[in-house]
Write a protein that binds this ligand. Structure first.
Ligand code: AMP
Ligand code: ZN
Length: 278
């Protein structure tokens, strides 16, 4: 099977499982990287109703290159692009926000939080809030097979497999009306295939890694996972599905609203407000 057919088959299988209608508005979270770019390209090709959303994180020239790529992609696909400027909206660049959190945690003797962990929490908070404002029924992200296998292993190694129970092709705690479900059309697609295919299609993509992701624990796991086959990675995710079902998907778990920002949260204060509070 050629690469195009292989990828399209994997994506169609995932989309079928997720079960979205072509009328539903999907907000595609575009980073400028290969994964979310291919996600938008394929969703558009299949006739889904998509709009792009990009958070300009203001991480120097890297962010500038991402913004150019995202604009070019949306022009190419003929879709709307919604931009969120983190400096305008939150007062500072992601680099500044992240350092502030790390300095605060250090002064309070708390565990060091990795750059990607902080950025991830803040991005998810923004995506949910903005996708809701834009009346999106779903948020699509570019997470791929390798990302998902890494996350699953990471949660196990950190002793919190329960965290994975809310992952998967589609987030499962959809009961809350303020929470916009996230879908991952590339859930079954290997990272190397995505790289090769986006290059073949000559899509506008920033291939370099974010300059802040150097200390990520994921890098260690990525190196390990790269020694495994695609089949091994798929098997890891099959286990994930079983564990997830056994743990009851956290479906019944109550969702509150953050006392600070009003966004859905499992605790009194959401993770983003917990991180950024002074
Ligand atoms: P990451 O958290 O960087 O691994 O990215 C995971 C997914 O989140 C990507 O595939 C995108 O769909 C989305 N994403 C990451 N960064 C951005 C961004 N700056 N703006 C919009 N979406 C993003
Ligand atoms: Zn909050």
């Amino acid at each position: 099977m050629n690469l195009k057919n292989k990828i399209e088959k994997q994506v169609e299988k995932t989309l079928k499982k997720v079960g979205i209608s072509k009328k539903d508005k999907i907000i595609v979270a575009l980073s400028g990287g290969k994964d979310s770019t291919l996600t938008a390209y394929l969703l558009k090709k299949y006739g889904y109703n998509i709009e792009g959303f990009h958070i300009d994180l203001k991480i120097g020239s890297y962010s500038e290159r991402c913004l150019v790529a995202v604009k070019e992609l949306c022009d190419l696909l003929g879709i709307k692009l919604h931009l969120y400027d983190i400096k305008n909206e939150m007062g500072n660049s992601m680099c500044y926000l992240r350092s502030a959190v790390q300095t605060k945690n250090r002064s309070q003797g708390k565990n060091e939080l990795k750059n990607c962990a902080i950025c991830g929490v803040i991005k998810k908070w923004i995506m949910n809030k903005e996708a809701r404002r834009l009346k999106g029924k779903y948020i699509a992200t570019g997470h791929n097979l390798d990302d998902e296998a890494q996350t699953f292993l990471m949660n196990i190694l950190k002793g919190s497999p329960k965290l994975s129970s809310n992952s998967g092709e589609r987030t499962q705690n959809v009961a809350n009306k303020k929470f916009i479900p996230r879908i991952k059309p590339l859930f079954n697609v290997a990272e190397n295939d995505i790289r090769e295919y986006t290059k073949k299609l000559k899509l506008p993509v920033v291939y370099e890694k974010c300059p802040c992701s150097f200390d990520s624990y994921r890098i260690t796991l990525r190196k390990f996972l790269n020694t495994l086959s695609e089949e091994d990675k798929k098997n890891i995710l099959k286990n994930f599905e079983r564990v997830s079902l056994k743990m009851g998907k956290m479906k019944g778990k109550e969702i509150n609203y953050c006392t600070n920002c009003g966004e859905p949260s499992r605790n009194k204060m959401c993770k983003k407000c917990e991180l950024l509070k002074i």
